[in-house]
Design a binder for this molecule. Sequence first.
Ligand code: AMP
Length: 225
Amino acid sequence: MARHMGEERMNLILLGPPGAGKGTQAKRMSAEWGLIHVSTGDILRDAAKRGTALGLQAKPLMDQGQLVPDAVVNGIIEEWLKGPEARKGFVLDGFPRTLPQAEALSQALVTAKMSLDAVLSFDVPEAVLVDRISGRRSCPACGSVYHVVERPPARDGICDKDGEALIQRADDTPEKVRERNRLYEQKTAPLKAFYAERHLLRPVAGVGTPDGIFADIRRVLGKAA
Ligand code: AMP
């Protein structure tokens, strides 16, 4: 949950299948506009690494590419929205992922007297997702993300920023990606209609370079470069 300089208070959701580039774009939006990047996946992976009760419950599900129960992730976000950081503007990455989560978020925002500004929706063909995700490597220390072909580190398998050995997530294999994408289509894609009805849905380019996709996000949000 990093915060950087620049003031642009907006409350946003990123909706898209695994590998759509949500994390990459959320980091960028956080750096450019000072929004707080909230990734339920990162929170759960951190809990799993630290071996907390939450982490122990979530890890087997995450490793299988399954969803963690709604009540668990809803609780995480509801608590976070009560804290001071939430007032700075945020970009939710990986939440909500089901209709009950979207309903719980709406309720929590009403309680907190807050609202959403936009839901950015990324559409990406499955073949592109499998390719992106199976080449994805990340730094366990600083969270930097690489791709073995498209964005390789200077030294093979080593983070450019801190020299840590890069790792591949257990759920980033082609089979698990297909399973996660199937779950996305079944459970998460219906959220597009949910947010379209509320006039919040903004489709953005899912395929292209990170710079090109970020330019499209600016366009959709009406933020000139
Ligand atoms: P991500 O980093 O967003 O791809 O999330 C990794 C994994 O964490 C998912 O495959 C789920 O197992 C779990 N997870 C993250 N966010 C949620 C959520 N909103 N609902 C249920 N499970 C989640």
